[in-house]
Design a protein around this ligand. Structure first.
Ligand SMILES: [Zn+2]
Length: 560
């Protein structure tokens, strides 16, 4: 996801989020629900795997009360006697296991369901529930009296309206059946499979049943519906030949009627974005891709097949194409390949950050790309959390705090340096094999490491440890002299003690006496001082020597 693009945003807890130039970083925190839990390496619900959610929701004509029925198809891989489902605060009316009513126990946030007596490893659990969701499904009535409801789950707010296993390690397919007043458009993950008019409800309004089916497994935090008077704008199937489903990706935008004339606007870029990422990685993983004006608290939220963007960006008619690229990249990284543990969230946000820049590289060129990488390097160097914590932050228990410069910008920069280290061919081959091996499943950082080790033929444990498992960046001081007898430049690289020494290749641009620029790459070892000879023959002392001209090392360079 991305943050709201606010110059200065005060959230509901009164915390002032500092101004940022590029809206990639700060997510809005509201009181409460993203609490300390489940960031560690232990399985969230050992022995339990939800395969499918079949969720039916009745939405009210007015007010906040929803009626739900969720049927979970579950596989048990160990002897588990009690199934524990997350569901915050809503009243649970009944629970059926394999269609038989059972006596369950309820806490404010959990349902405990006895399953010790069922035979076999596959079973279904049906939960009937009702109430006003505190969070997760955001119900609002706007100034013109229109009722709107939008799912907004990241990281663990789905449990406020969906009973389930609310952790990214458990992915499942989902069917949404929504019964609502007919003037609302219902959009969800997957493919639209049914729209059926119904008899009028108690409020007298005409009602419609809408059904969507997502046939690829996704985590609960990506399972959403939108229910609002949205109008549909077809972006066509310009992405033909690039989808997992029938070779085409149908894209669309849903907005409030008064924003209809804004379209396609920045979404004119959407087909090209899907095409690029399909070429770089693999076919688009879902049935369709809808882009929606919504009530998400984030600037954008990458719900599988249905990206939700902040209402404000639409109303200001200021939605950035880069935001579309970021959220679209998540469909592959984060959605199709999901981080199994929250501490590895850079596998989602770092990838989305970098792929947004790869889109800039493709469509705006190399110098624009370099400028963007330089810009986010400056953000990394200024960020206090980069100096104090590693990207893979297993000690952080507040999930919202994992959305920071480490997981976004430094994660993206780590991919950038990996590409520089192994070269474009091995880098993209490694990314593709990582993606294909873990598609519609979950992964950890070591899965990526192994894939790029295989594609490059190089051990990379040192690289991932250095950039992801310790705080900081390289603090480099450079000097050089011309050795006339060798006819070569001798460089001295000194690294500061603050974050320790790093190992990296660095390109050096040498402009010789005739004004010709030549380049060499030297491998800097992880030592406080290194003296390295540039492999370039020179007739005379060069005019200039520039370290890292292509912006490929995460660090500060000071010439002495
Ligand atoms: Zn993101």
């Amino acid at each position: 996801m991305t943050s709201i693009d606010a110059r200065r945003f005060r959230d509901r807890t009164g915390f002032v989020v500092r101004t940022i130039a590029m809206a990639v970083l700060w997510c809005l925190s509201t009181a409460g629900n993203a609490t300390a839990q489940n960031v560690g390496p232990h399985p969230y619900r050992p022995g339990i795997d939800v395969l499918d959610y079949d969720i039916t929701l009745d939405l009210p004509d007015r007010g906040n009360t929803i009626d739900g029925r969720a049927v979970l198809s579950i596989r048990r891989s160990a002897q588990v006697d009690t199934l524990v489902l997350d569901l915050v605060s809503l009243r649970v009316d009944s629970v059926l296991v394999n269609s038989q009513a059972v006596t369950f126990t309820r806490t404010d946030s959990l349902i405990r369901i006895p399953i010790g007596r069922i035979v076999g490893d596959s079973f279904s659990v049906a939960v009937r529930y009702r109430g006003d969701p505190k969070d997760g499904f955001i119900i609002r009535t706007d100034s013109t009296g229109r009722w709107t409801g939008f799912g907004d789950n990241w990281p663990n707010r789905a449990r406020n309206w969906i009973p389930g296993i609310d952790h990214p390690s458990d992915k499942a397919t989902v069917t949404w059946t929504v019964r609502a007043p007919s003037e609302r458009t219902i959009v969800a993950n997957g493919e639209l499979t049914e729209v059926t008019p119904m008899p009028s409800g108690a409020g007298g309004s005409a009602r419609t049943l809408t059904r969507w089916r997502e046939s690829r497994p996704i985590p609960l935090y990506l399972m959403v519906i939108a229910a609002a008077p949205l109008v549909y704008y077809d972006l066509g199937r310009a992405g033909c030949g690039v989808g997992e489903f029938d070779g085409c990706v149908r894209q669309s935008v849903y907005v409030y009627p008064e924003l209809r004339d804004y379209l396609p606007g920045p979404f004119a870029n959407a087909p090209g974005i899907v095409r690029l990422f399909s070429e770089l990685v693999a076919p688009f993983p879902y049935e369709k891709l809808a882009h929606l004006q919504s009530s998400t608290r984030y600037g954008g939220m990458e719900n599988a097949g249905a990206i939700f963007y902040s209402d404000g960006a639409f109303r200001r008619r200021a939605l950035r194409p880069g935001l579309i690229a970021h959220e679209t990249a998540h469909q592959w990284f984060g959605d199709a390949v999901t981080e199994r543990e929250w501490s590895h969230v850079w596998l989602s946000e770092g990838f989305a950050t970098y792929f947004e820049k790869l889109w800039v590289e493709r469509f705006a060129g190399d110098s624009a790309f370099k400028a963007e990488m330089r810009g986010i390097r400056e953000q990394i160097i200024k960020a206090p959390e980069v100096a104090s914590r590693p990207v893979i932050d297993t000690a952080q228990t507040d999930l919202m705090k994992l959305l920071n410069t480490n997981s976004y910008q430094k994660g993206g920069w780590t991919l950038h340096m990996l590409r520089a280290l192994v070269g474009d061919s091995a880098f993209f081959r490694g990314l593709r094999s990582y993606y294909l091996a873990n598609r519609h499943s979950t992964a950890l950082t070591d899965d990526l490491r192994r894939a790029v080790e295989a594609s490059s033929g190089r051990p990379l444990g040192w690289f991932f440890d250095q950039w992801l498992r310790r705080p900081g960046y390289a603090d480099v001081t450079t000097s050089w002299r011309f050795d006339a007898s060798q006819r070569r430049v001798v460089a001295t690289i000194t690294q500061g003690a603050r974050f320790g020494a790093y190992r990296f290749p660095v390109t050096v641009a040498v402009t010789d006496a005739s004004g010709r620029e030549r380049r060499a790459t030297i491998d800097v070892p992880a030592s406080a001082t290194a003296t390295l000879v540039l492999p370039l023959d020179l007739d005379a002392a060069p005019r200039t020597v520039v370290f890292d001209p292509d912006v490929r090392v995460l660090g500060t360079f000071t010439a002495r």
